[in-house]
Design a protein around this ligand. Structure first.
Ligand code: CA
Length: 512
């Protein structure tokens, strides 16, 4: 039977690859996929997710013409690892890329969805931020930033060859995506384009077109800006990611980026100098200083988001104008969420909601109902299998997610997951770690979240219904003993299902 299925799939594939042989009236063209992926864009900075601080009209268009996922979560809230999970459909401990730690590159020889799509006849392109150390594999065309890449004048690797580009990086990456769609691809083949921005990653440097946005307005503060972490344990107290203490002069645009040309530097000074002079004169302290930093930070972050949104509008228009909109699945997501002053923080890493959540919008004309909302628990772990499913390619059995194509059709399987597993590793107490967020794993259901900071052996339990901001752990409350047992058993079950190694990422005594 298995051979018959394989044979049938093989014949199907053969027909896809030879449209002149197949009856084109009966065999629909395989859809194209544009995966728009940003870095650190929290869904609470998107108006289609109810943002109170900005509008994103072009991203909202994807939502209104497609499906918005309310509960999409990452498995490990940090840049490179999220990308590795998406490429492989495997948790960090299996794909090998658990942290952004220097010197450990992604193993590009392993199985990834772009390779599988390429083998099935798709044309594959990767444009923008790659951030996995090793060179991209599985792409017919790649044009990527080197490492994090700067916000202006980025050197890039075009199919491995260094090219120096001048201008604002978000616009450059958008231009490259449109150019590839227009002139770079083979128009007889279906394609998957991974169009990946650096924005709105730290240091949140806006482009010249966005400098005037939000001038002379006050952005609302999050309710938890002055959190004292009293309801949580060591990890929340000991992190190094507060707006108050961690931000640098570069973050706050008190000093300009170092690689601007004369024209860019003049525009930058025009945008910031007057406000900076006022700030230096005012000598803010205490909460006033935090408030000033928050306003500077959030406005720049939102300006970066606006640059992305504008580019999304350009690409959607390109698809409309060139007859591509109907047969192209447009997906928007970001590698994790981000703290927009929530809990007094910026950055990500924690399993708390603002950084655990990922935005996910999918427009698939004729398949996904316009303006629809999905509330099932989905993860970046599901993306690889979803891309393969869209293309009609069977997913390998060692991938660990599940295709969300049935969800996109409005048909959630009855056995869809009821919990998600999370595991963050980037903490090395012997040599320091960016932002000092302790290792932890945990489980989240539709209502509860149990987190284990396992090297400290501290637990936190949150009732997301009664405490959506996760301000007070109820782990120690004896009334929750049964709930704790159930959730601990669920963690064990998930760790077994996902083949988490027995040491669970525990640091050696010498590393603590
Ligand atoms: Ca990121």
């Amino acid at each position: 039977m298995k051979h018959l299925v394989t044979l049938a799939c093989g014949i199907g594939l053969f027909l896809w690859l030879l449209p002149s042989v197949a009856n084109s009236a009966q065999v629909p063209k395989r859809p194209n996929v544009i995966f728009i992926f940003t870095d650190d864009h929290a869904s609470h900075a998107m108006s289609c997710y109810g943002s109170k601080i900005n509008t994103t009209p072009n991203l909202d268009r994807i939502a209104s013409e497609g499906m918005r996922f309310q509960n999409c979560f990452c498995t490990n809230s940090i840049c490179g690892p999220s990308r590795a999970v998406i490429l492989t459909g495997k948790h960090s401990h299996l794909n090998g890329f658990k942290t952004n730690d220097a010197g450990k590159d992604f193993d590009g020889a392993q199985q990834t969805f772009p390779k599988l799509l390429q083998q099935s006849g798709y044309q594959t392109a990767m444009i923008g931020k790659w951030h996995l150390g090793s060179a991209p594999t599985g792409f017919d065309y790649s044009d990527v930033l080197i490492g994090q890449g700067p916000y202006y004048n980025p050197p890039m690797l075009q199919n491995g060859k260094k090219v120096q580009r001048t201008g604002y990086t978000t616009e450059i990456i958008t231009d490259l995506a449109v150019d590839w769609l227009d002139k770079g691809r083979d128009k007889d083949k279906p394609f998957v384009l991974m169009w990946q921005h650096k924005a709105p990653h730290r240091e949140w440097t806006p482009g010249p077109k966005q400098f005037e946005l939000y001038k002379n307005v006050t952005i609302p503060e999050p309710a938890t800006l002055f959190d004292d972490y009293s309801g949580r344990g060591t990890a929340a107290h000991k992190q190094d990611m507060t707006i108050e203490k961690t931000m640098t002069r570069f973050d706050l645009k008190l000093d300009p980026p170092k690689n601007l040309n004369a024209e860019q530097l003049a525009a930058w000074h025009k945008a910031y100098d007057a406000e900076n002079a006022e700030f230096e004169k005012a000598k803010h302290s205490g909460k006033d200083l935090v408030r000033w930093k928050y306003q500077r930070y959030i406005k720049d972050y939102l300006r970066c988001v606006a640059g992305v949104d504008e580019g999304v509008g350009r690409v959607l228009k390109y698809l409309d104008d060139n007859g591509l909109a109907e047969n192209t699945v447009v997906i928007y997501s970001s590698d994790q969420g981000f703290y927009l002053g929530d809990h007094g923080w910026f950055d990500k890493r924690f399993m708390y909601e603002p950084s655990l959540r990922m935005p996910l919008l999918v427009r698939w004309p004729g398949v996904t109902k316009p303006g629809s909302l999905n509330t099932d628990l989905v993860q970046n772990l599901d993306f690889a299998e979803t891309f393969l499913d869209i293309a009609g390619v069977a997913a390998p059995s060692d991938m660990q997610g599940r295709s969300i194509v049935p969800l996109l059709k409005g048909q959630t399987p009855t056995d869809w997951r009821k919990s998600i597993y999370y595991h963050y590793y980037e903490f090395f107490s012997d040599r320091g770690a960016p932002h000092d967020v302790r290792r932890h794993y945990g489980v989240r259901t539709d209502r509860y979240k149990l987190i284990h900071f396992y090297n400290e052996d501290e637990w936190e339990l949150f009732d997301l219904q009664n405490d959506p901001d996760e301000m007070k752990s109820i782990f120690a409350d004896t009334a929750n003993a049964d709930l704790v047992k159930q959730l601990q058993a669920e963690i064990v079950r998930l760790q077994k299902q996902y083949q988490v190694p027995d040491d669970r990422g525990k640091l050696k005594a010498s590393e603590l």
